[in-house]
Write a protein that binds this ligand. Sequence first.
Ligand SMILES: Cc1cc2nc3c(=O)[nH]c(=O)nc-3n(C[C@H](O)[C@H](O)[C@H](O)COP(=O)(O)OP(=O)(O)OC[C@H]3O[C@@H](n4cnc5c(N)ncnc54)[C@H](O)[C@@H]3O)c2cc1C
Length: 404
Amino acid sequence: MTPRALVVGASHAGAQVAAGLRQHKWDGDIVLIGDEAALPYQRPPLSKAYLAGDMAVDALAIRGADFYAKQEITRRDGAVESIDRAAQQVELADGARLRYDRIALCTGARPRRLNAPGEDLEGVFYLRTSADVEAIRVAARTGGRAVIVGGGYVGLETAASLRKLGLEVIVLEAAERVLGRVTAPQVSAFYTRVHAEEGVEIRTGAAVEAFAGDRRVQEVVLAGGERIAADFVIIGIGVLPNTDLATTAGIVVDDGVVIDDRARTSDPLITAAGDCASHDMARYGRRIRLESVPSAGEQAKAAAATMCGKTKEIAALPWFWSDQYDLKLQIAGLNHGYDEIVVSGDPTRDRAFTCYYLREGQLIAADCINRPRDFIFSKQTISSGKEVDRAELERTDSRVGSSR
Ligand SMILES: Cc1cc2nc3c(=O)[nH]c(=O)nc-3n(C[C@H](O)[C@H](O)[C@H](O)COP(=O)(O)OP(=O)(O)OC[C@H]3O[C@@H](n4cnc5c(N)ncnc54)[C@H](O)[C@@H]3O)c2cc1C
């Protein structure tokens, strides 16, 4: 019988696993199963160029339909509901059963729900899929005031895109600063300043308790009773990994499907990659679930190799990006546990600077805003573990010429 690889979830990780299987000469069927009826598409533009109307829907596709045809990758619409590991079969929502020799779980993540009263009113949105953005764009067409709940990257990018469309925008953040989970206070203050300059009102310490309106949302109610008028609302308060399939199949899950450096799960026939996976990272000495396109791609390449009986370890340094207005933020590494910050440039005045994160004198991460060379320098320095000279990091003129 022809060997068959099933890839469950057809987005960044799934598309890369399918392509990687052919690169590694998988000699058999590849079935890419996805429950969004579209070619695998890029998610990052959803809160950026695509929402702002600067990108056509066709440009979202990761690869054209001809790629999958040429590579003999069968795309199948539908949701996988269960995995029968003893019979080596999966069952889809329409009742079909497919046998498998290998599986890659690339089921990604879904928005974390606020679960506040009134959340099901018309005009309250989450932003994860292209369908979500279509609905938001319809709401944005009539202008008015958008209230964004959550001051993380997705919330702030959405604010910038909606400003570009001419809407009035308010961001409500429950914590004391935006991006509080992921950046230093200096970087949070920088984004707060820039958004204010661009006309976005950011309110911190603003916990949303409910949404009010008659069929359609009209107000956001804060803890304490204050009511904020809204024409529509977008909630962006993080995501949860889609792990039900793995859990019910008895695969080890701990805030994500647990994988090793070769994307192997607790079942030797099953790999996992992307937002649904929790990776035991030797570099950090602990398990981390990353939510980024580069990590999904890196893990997917390792998964494809493993499925073909080859070895490719997930080794690349994690990195991320965020685009807001004219600001291109590139982040190298993870800043968990930093004990010192060195800032190059003046975030209180400029629109280009770098915030370096050190632990015990070692560079562990950097947020580089409109400083692409600092980003390359940081990636190399962190990866090599080389000593850093604080004075060199601070010097604004050392790489500043490269900043745009
Ligand atoms: C608005 C937005 C902006 C972002 N911006 C950036 C950015 O600037 N940079 C960056 O690096 N990252 C960004 N991200 C994060 C990035 O998009 C994710 O890290 C990436 O999409 C992860 O890819 P994935 O394939 O693991 O999962 P996902 O993209 O979540 O895809 C999983 C797919 O599997 C499907 N699925 C789930 N369960 C099943 C099932 N049982 N059967 C069949 N199909 C199933 C899902 O419907 C989905 O289509 C952004 C995300 C969002 C939402």
